[in-house]
Design a protein around this ligand. Sequence first.
Ligand code: FES
Length: 139
Amino acid sequence: MTVDYTERGMLKYSEKLLERFRNPKNIGEMENPTVVAEEGDPQCGDMFRMFLKIENDRIVDARFLSFGCAANIATGDVTVDLIKGKTVDEAEKLQIKEIAEALGGLPAIKMHCAVLSYKTLKKALAEYRKTRSGAGPQG
Ligand code: FES
């Protein structure tokens, strides 16, 4: 596996990733979310939490908290942007590679940070489906 480092021995991130890390737009708690999900990464011990507000099966707002690294903050922020405004069906089709591509790529050893955001999204959507299946057809 090839890993790119900067001249100062730091992992080489894309400019897009660094910008997302420095200025995440979607970070923070949400009041009265429809669903909240949390996942941990056993490899690094970091945690990620996602809040979704869903109306008529459409994600009208999404936010996150990251207890992880720069790559996790950036992937969390872009994941939220990629699903906002989408239906639950559409959000369920999101692929990890779309998250990585939206950031201009990720170092291979940091893909698990994107997986953490992705897994949390999947868990939140599954939780939503579960609560809806017992709730009957309503908006
Ligand atoms: S190293 Fe843990 S989420 Fe990136």
